[in-house]
Design a protein around this ligand. Structure first.
Ligand code: AMP
Ligand code: MG
Length: 319
């Protein structure tokens, strides 16, 4: 792991790392983020692996300015006004996604969470890299959020490629998250920007998201339906039945697979990082094949296999 100084050379190295699909922790005004190129599903898969989270949750994509944000999401007048008022700063806006941020970073959602951080080092890094950077807090799952480079190193030194050391982060609090995809703004999470400031800027009350826990996207409600495929999911399949599509892993020789309606392999070499990177796009493609059922070959429950199985189990649950 490289420890980079927050100067021109360090920032250039960090941006080059992102371009190579590597993981770099960097300071923002909230906490240190663990960054990866948000448009590169393989890099994002490595990010989930490094964090050791047992589920895919949508990540905040960080950009340098509103113009860059517009390439990743659709900005309504409401979202534009919030961005103009609070960016750069600790406010995250959820808006309808374009295809730029990969589906894995969005955990399969048609929406994307975007933020322009107000930290000089983050600003320079994002402007230089020029693409959105997915960056959850740079700690292992379940550990506290890092406000010093030392915290990042203690938690993730073996997992990441570099840390850009910009000293302690000023705020130490996460960003406020507002969902701007509907008629009126919904508060998904309280954080660095107080509710009253947003209400004053908009001259209206913001509603707490009903039945939508931003911290637990697996909870039932609006988010859950976005996770579902049209086809039914049949888990741990040892065969492919007539008319079914098959989501394979590690080139398993399922009975009847030659007659399947469509077959995609998450990773013929049984690599779970590759499997995670392909997961949402393969699932979507098989759903589009028109098959009523997607039979899924067994996927090991280790490393990223846990998050893949978690996501599949939720997709397979009765609706
Ligand atoms: P953090 O751990 O600070 O990076 O926070 C990420 C938060 O943003 C999580 O609570 C996510 O559930 C939330 N989030 C990210 N993308 C979306 C989205 N498209 N819709 C709703 N919540 C989102
Ligand atoms: Mg965190």
């Amino acid at each position: 792991m490289l420890r980079l100084a927050p100067d021109g050379a360090g920032i250039e190295t960090a941006a080059r790392c992102f371009g190579e699909g590597k993981l770099v922790a960097f300071p923002t005004e909230t906490v240190y983020g663990l960054g990866a190129d948000a448009t590169n599903a393989k890099a994002v898969a490595r990010l989930y692996e490094a964090k050791g989270r047992p589920a895919f949750n949508p990540l905040i994509a960080h950009v340098a300015d509103l113009a860059s944000a517009r390439r990743a999401g659709e900005f309504t007048p409401l979202a534009t006004m919030l961005a103009a008022k609070f960016w750069p700063g600790p406010l995250t806006l959820v808006v309808p996604a374009t295809a730029l941020v990969c589906e894995l970073a969005r955990a399969g959602l048609p929406t994307v969470a975007l933020r322009v951080p107000a930290h000089a080092v983050a600003q320079k890094l994002l402007a230089l890299f020029g693409k959105p950077v997915a960056a959850p807090s740079a700690n292992r799952s379940g550990h506290v959020s890092p406000t010093h480079a030392e915290h990042v190193i203690a938690d993730l030194a073996d997992e990441i490629d570099a840390v850009l050391d910009g000293g302690p982060t000023p705020l130490g609090l996460e960003s406020t998250i507002i969902d701007c995809t509907g008629e009126s703004p919904l508060l998904l999470r309280l954080g660095g920007v107080p509710r009253e400031d947003i209400e004053r800027a908009l001259d209206m009350k913001i509603i707490d998201a009903p039945n939508w826990d931003a911290r637990a996207p697996q909870s039932p409600g609006r988010l859950a339906s976005h996770y579902a495929t049209r086809a039914r999911i049949r888990l741990n399949a040892s065969d492919a039945r007539p008319g079914e599509a098959v989501l394979n892993f590690g080139a398993q020789k399922l009975a009847g697979i030659a007659q399947a309606r469509a077959v995609l392999d998450l990773s013929p070499n049984a690599n779970l990082v590759e499997a995670a990177a392909n997961f949402f796009s393969h699932l979507r493609a098989l759903d589009a094949s028109g098959a009523a059922v997607i039979a899924v070959a067994p996927i090991p429950r280790e490393g990223l296999g846990e998050a893949i199985n978690d996501r599949l189990a939720r997709g397979a649950a009765p609706r």
